[in-house]
Ligand binder design. Structure first.
Ligand code: GLC
Length: 477
């Protein structure tokens, strides 16, 4: 869920006066700063500066696998799944803590449900996973000495995070932990904003839980913090938090939602590339909810997901796509169906996605583009199909033609990625045209044509405008 004004307002209403005062004070940090956080801590000590520099120095190396992986599975699973009405049910439905705690006793998932998630992720072409270890509700899906509000001591009777870690590793996937700093269950979770003793207790608790997560499960590849309400990075002692994490897991990568820059930005529910040189990952739901939501039927189509993959790749980013398993751990059938279709497409067209690089490629209404080196991938999501001209004019062949205006470099060759079949083309100063293509789209949901160029492909319709005779005066129209 995005932190829209409506969400913030209803959240505040339910958090009561303390939260309202925080927002009135205009503190951005009062409400989950979630998208593209860039703010760093105010006064860094020399030790902290050294730690930052060390993280920056090792960043490329630590992130190499992640840039290559490009596509991950997010998993939101917890007590909210038992309700089945979105992971914000506790707040949005005003459920009192004693009532909510009853869910913990009744959360009884089937053993090793995570194996199915990991198999599905693999089949979908996803190469890493990130699971909620503790969401805003405060329930720990893992074994901890710091609270009995955890999966081992409550309904499940076992460590769900351990099952997940083992399942992901068994499929050769990298392992990530989501962790919400905001906590609606802990008695100090809101009080810490205004009461120093409460802050001390809550920050110790938070660092303690993260320490357990970073210690008890072997090598962890990603730590995905979420919502840092109600404290500032100084209040959370986020610098110290990251230092501890890197001491325990020197090769890990961390996101930017504990108020620090971390290793990557986290645009949520939209695709937005960061500035060149800054890593980013769009996280997105398959319907409109992160947690299981029984009647949320706003499913994205496989075509939308495949197109999103191309858009993300074009901007040099990653895509973390969510499933919200049911209370017993089963994946909703609609999610399985979408992900399997995406996986089948990637199995054939993976070259146009994995290992691609950020590009200067403006899209058309009918096609998206990715590129690797001098290779352009044309992702034709709306195939041109039959042209009536083929019937009216005897010299027209029944064929599909894909035309791209403003493709800069010289094209050397082209082929259909699915079959390897060569595609004929023409090229002049205005447009590049792939010709002789079949009337029906050769692949579904998107057909990809691989185009070899003599230098880095750039698609720039605007630059082309100045070439038109009627625009010779310039590019302004
Ligand atoms: C927001 C939501 C949360 C979800 C997260 C995923 O912070 O509050 O429910 O887990 O986004 O990015």
């Amino acid at each position: 869920m995005d932190w829209t004004e409506t969400t913030r307002r209803s959240f505040l209403k339910q958090m009561g006066a303390a939260g309202a005062m925080a927002l009135a004070a205009g503190s951005a940090e009062a409400m989950g700063r979630q998208s593209d956080q860039t703010q760093g801590g105010a006064q860094e000590t020399p030790g902290e500066i050294a730690a930052d520099q060390k993280q920056a120095a090792t960043r490329d190396q630590r992130m190499k696998w992640w840039h290559e992986a490009k596509f991950g599975m997010f998993v939101h699973w917890g007590l909210y799944s038992v309700i089945g009405q979105h992971e914000w049910a506790k707040e949005e439905e005003g459920i009192p803590i004693p009532q909510y705690e009853i869910l913990a006793k009744n959360f009884k998932p089937k053993p090793n449900a995570a194996r199915d998630w990991a198999r599905l992720a693999k089949a979908a072409g996803q190469r890493y996973m990130v699971m909620t270890t503790k969401h805003h509700e405060g329930f720990c899906n893992f074994d901890t000495k710091l609270t009995n509000y955890n999966a081992v001591q409550q309904g499940p009777g076992r460590d769900l995070v351990r099952e997940y870690v083992e399942a992901a590793r068994a499929e050769g996937l990298h392992v990530g932990f989501y962790y919400s700093l905001m906590d609606w269950h802990h008695p100090d979770g809101a009080k810490c904003k205004t009461d120093e003793a409460a802050r001390r207790r809550f920050v110790d608790y938070t660092h303690g839980l993260i320490r357990e997560l970073m210690t008890n499960y072997g090598k962890i590849d990603v730590l995905w913090y979420d919502v840092d309400w109600p404290l500032t990075p100084e209040g959370w002692e986020s610098e110290k938090m990251n230092q501890m994490v890197f001491e325990l897991q020197p090769e890990i990568i961390v996101n930017n939602r504990n108020g620090l820059q971390g290793d990557f930005s986290t645009p949520e529910q939209h695709i937005q590339a960061s500035e060149v040189g800054r890593a980013w990952e769009t996280c997105m739901t398959l319907n409109d909810s992160w947690g299981f939501n029984r009647y949320d039927d706003a499913w994205k189509t496989p075509k939308t997901i495949v197109d999103n993959l191309a858009t993300v790749a074009r901007g040099g980013g990653n895509y973390l796509l969510n499933i919200g398993p049911e209370p017993d751990g089963s994946v909703p059938p609609a999610s399985v169906e979408i992900l399997e279709k995406v996986g089948a497409w990637l199995a054939v067209n993976g070259d146009s996605f994995y290992g691609t690089e950020r590009g200067k490629l403006s899209t058309t209404a009918n096609a998206n583009f990715t590129r690797r080196g001098n290779t352009l991938y044309v992702h034709q999501h709306f195939w041109p199909g039959h042209t009536p001209a083929a019937e009216w004019l005897s010299f027209y062949q029944p064929e599909s033609v894909i035309a791209i205006g403003g493709l800069k470099p010289k094209v050397l060759s082209a082929k259909l990625l699915k079959t390897g079949e060569a595609v004929k083309f023409t090229q002049d100063e205005f447009a590049f045209r792939l010709t002789g293509l079949p009337i029906d789209p050769p692949d579904s949901p998107v057909s990809v044509i691989e185009v070899e160029c003599d230098s880095e492909p750039v698609v720039d319709h605007e630059a082309m405008r100045s070439l038109w005779p009627r625009y010779k005066v310039g590019i302004s129209i």
